[in-house]
Design a binder for this molecule. Structure first.
Ligand SMILES: NC(=O)c1ccc[n+]([C@@H]2O[C@H](COP(=O)([O-])OP(=O)(O)OC[C@H]3O[C@@H](n4cnc5c(N)ncnc54)[C@H](O)[C@@H]3O)[C@@H](O)[C@H]2O)c1
Length: 252
């Protein structure tokens, strides 16, 4: 797909990996619909990119079905077409399944903690993927959905909720590639390892030091390295139904 003048919707686009994606695609000539629930950051980030391209921010919580449906209608009205949806918005709420001290239960992952992560990472991606595909079909455009999975999808200590959500996202990708092919829509997932963003800066210092030592590349990834992968996937029309790993060689 040619990026020039294509319309790309990026969820969680206001900061971190999402913003790096918006910036790189804007530099390549794409028009950007930036979706994020952080209104102040959204305004700032959209304004930063407005010198580069046509950009519009939409302050939306992607877990809300009605809001997501309305947002894709507004995007169609504003841009007249949708070519790419990048399901990037995601959250972490790590914790052990069970935490015991001397045989006594002192904490456990709450249902709220489990569901909060599933709501954004799975339900949000499902809703934006569904409405995005509908908008691509309505505007008679060939399309692409990119879902942000994670290396954690293989299963990781302290990440029951997050790992399960990222496995679900990977699985939806494969299904959508098969289901949406008749509409000339591709679906691809990217599975980053550990990337230097606010999300990972919140992790305990000791845990981060251990992770960094285990990465064969000996450093965290940069958000721009994920953005570069997104650009490559958009431009190469033969990549479909696959999970692309960008993790510096780290395995769990
Ligand atoms: N940083 C990493 O190491 C890493 C590794 C693997 C995968 N990922 C995935 O990459 C994606 C981006 O991660 P990041 O590190 O840039 O995160 P981040 O926390 O820096 O940014 C996430 C963005 O998503 C937005 N967001 C969160 N919930 C939302 C909601 N309900 N509705 C709308 N917007 C919402 C936030 O406001 C924020 O702007 C996530 O899906 C994450 O799981 C990150």
């Amino acid at each position: 797909m040619n990026l020039n003048d294509s319309v790309v919707v990026v969820t969680g686009g206001a900061k971190g990996i999402g913003y790096a994606i918006c910036e790189m695609l804007a530099q390549a000539g794409a028009k950007i619909a930036m979706v994020d629930r952080d209104e102040a950051q959204l305004e700032q980030s959209a304004s930063n990119l407005s010198a580069l391209t046509e950009v519009q921010g939409y302050a939306v919580d992607i877990t809300d079905e009605g809001l997501v449906e309305d947002t894709f209608q507004y995007i169609l009205e504003d841009f007249k077409q949708v070519n790419v949806v990048i399901n990037n918005a995601g959250v972490l709420q790590d914790g052990l399944l069970l935490k015991l001290r001397e045989g006594k239960l002192i904490d456990k992952m709450s249902l709220q903690q489990f569901n909060a992560v599933m709501a954004v990472n799975v339900q949000g991606s499902f809703l934006c993927g569904r409405e995005g595909a509908l908008a691509m079909i309505a505007s008679q455009q060939t399309g692409l959905i990119i879902n942000m999975s994670s290396l954690a999808r293989h299963g990781n200590v302290g990440q029951t909720n997050y790992a399960a959500s990222k496995a679900a996202v990977a699985s939806m990708t494969v299904g959508w590639a098969k289901e949406l092919a008749r509409h000339q829509i591709r679906a691809v997932a990217i599975a980053p390892g550990v990337i230097d963003t606010e999300m990972t800066r919140r992790m305990p210092e000791k845990a981060m030091a251990n992770i960094q030592a285990a990465i064969p590349c000996q450093r965290l990834g940069q958000a721009s390295e994920i953005a570069q992968t997104v650009k490559f996937v958009i431009e190469n029309d033969y990549i479909n139904g696959r999970i692309i790993e960008v993790d510096g060689g780290l395995t769990f």
